[in-house]
Design a protein around this ligand. Sequence first.
Ligand SMILES: Cc1cc2nc3c(=O)[nH]c(=O)nc-3n(C[C@H](O)[C@H](O)[C@H](O)COP(=O)(O)OP(=O)(O)OC[C@H]3O[C@@H](n4cnc5c(N)ncnc54)[C@H](O)[C@@H]3O)c2cc1C
Length: 541
Amino acid sequence: MAGSAFDFVIVGAGSAGCVLAERLTASGRHRVLVLEAGGSDRRFFVQMPLGYGKLFFDPAVNWLYRTEADPGLAGQRDHWPRGKLLGGSSAINAMVYIRGHASDYEDWEAAGNPGWGWDEVLAAYRAIEDNEAGGDAWRGQGGPLFISANRRDLHPLCEVFVDATEAAGIPRNADFNGAEQEGVGSYQLTVKGGRRNSAARAFLRPAMKRENLTVLTHAQATRVVFEGTRAVGVEYRHRGRTHVARAAREVILSGGAINSPQLLMLSGVGPGAALRDLGLPVVVDNANVGAHLSDHQGLNYTYRMRVPTYNDILRPWWGKLAVGMRYLLTGRGPLSLSINHGGGFFRTSPDLPRPNMQLYMQAISTLIPREGERPVLTPDPFPGLSLGLSNCRPTSRGRISLASADPFAHPRIEANALSTEHDIAEMLAAVKFLRRIAACEPLAPLIDEELRPGPAVVTDDDLIADIRARSGTVFHPSCTCRMGPDPATAVVGPDLRVHGVAGLRVCDASAFPSLIGGNTNAPAMMMGWKGAGLILRDTAN
Ligand SMILES: Cc1cc2nc3c(=O)[nH]c(=O)nc-3n(C[C@H](O)[C@H](O)[C@H](O)COP(=O)(O)OP(=O)(O)OC[C@H]3O[C@@H](n4cnc5c(N)ncnc54)[C@H](O)[C@@H]3O)c2cc1C
């Protein structure tokens, strides 16, 4: 590959990178190289939706990051999985498809980012989607990304949960991606025909048939190559050797919220003093690189149930055999779905203008952890239910910084979770509401007992201590190369170009101006879609 020239070099075949690769090669006019540090997505537990639990600690497909000890999480170091394979995190995630609240994008635009308001973003989502629920003013149909409406094979407790949440005062909502986000119901999923529908499957794999797309796996970018302040290529390691891929037009970083800022810093774009301390040259001194790290925090309340749950089916060998056979023969059953059958969005106070909390319902409990595995395929030996929640717009901010100038060393992740009064007060109100749901008909009579945190935990102080002890990332780190017009406060402009240099953009969840209220795979794919539109527009000029 050394010496070959491409028009565009994309670093990272994740949610955004796969969409970019597809869009930039569609016309046949541009030669595109995608460098992906991980390997193929053609693995059984990647393809089988509930195989997700097996990928959580698997170094073959996962960067396996750990944060620094976090005071907000009672001093614990949180586990941060990120996908390291074709499809990136969309190939190891929980497949919930949520776009976020319309007002999130109005916030993006109001922060000085024309073109990223709700109307433009909605048009992109509608073009991307092929929603099983059909097209309407909100949903797209006929686009490259099939989205399951998730209406069959749901566990019966999902409906019970929806009824109880309704009784607690939250309206039913058949489509969180429709006119209203608030409400309770079942989640739409990136699942197609019983298989995970990652960004690789929906976008990259079809594009890989094109001659103008080259995808190199096990190729880790180590540095953006600059001539002066113009990015002209990418240095990468492949099969033990260092190569440089030249980009005649642009280099696009789509390595995700941890790796994109890391690669920028390794390349000399970042906080100048810190880079010099590590002996790195400084191309652009910008303290925003790696800063503004935003992430959703969540926790589960767990119940012992009086009725069967997936624990009873997924734990015993005969149950595993039965659901396994069903899956292999029909592509259906619990293995063909996300662990999160239901959920929704609610406000912790009626005075709030939009939902500030997200709910998750899992007809399974996993209190007894197994070494090296998120035990969704080996749950607790009793019927259990998990009700989870996570915040939508936390005010806590963390940081990614370089721990070393070695591109293969993990960067430092200071999550700084739950570090504001606001975030703790919100979580406290939310867990109280979760208990209200559990106390409502028809769910209450089916619950035997609350196992975590347990009935002894009642005072605000104890509830907060429990929140700190048991919360963790819900895997949505964002904003570490955030978009904004001013280099004093942002890393990329509204056109995703890195401030202060030429020929270089960042296009992934790191470029979000602010974290959206909801899961982040859909917005990352949308960023790839709109990013490609911007690149093609600028290329035509
Ligand atoms: C366990 C888990 C569960 C989740 N559940 C959900 C969910 O249910 N719904 C949802 O919407 N979102 C979910 N998310 C979040 C969502 O998947 C991510 O926000 C989204 O995929 C991020 O997309 P991205 O393009 O920014 O980065 P990624 O998809 O992470 O892609 C980055 C890619 O770049 C590659 N890369 C990085 N550095 C380099 C380098 N130097 N050289 C070459 N390649 C490199 C990586 O290997 C990776 O393939 C989950 C995430 C995880 C980890």
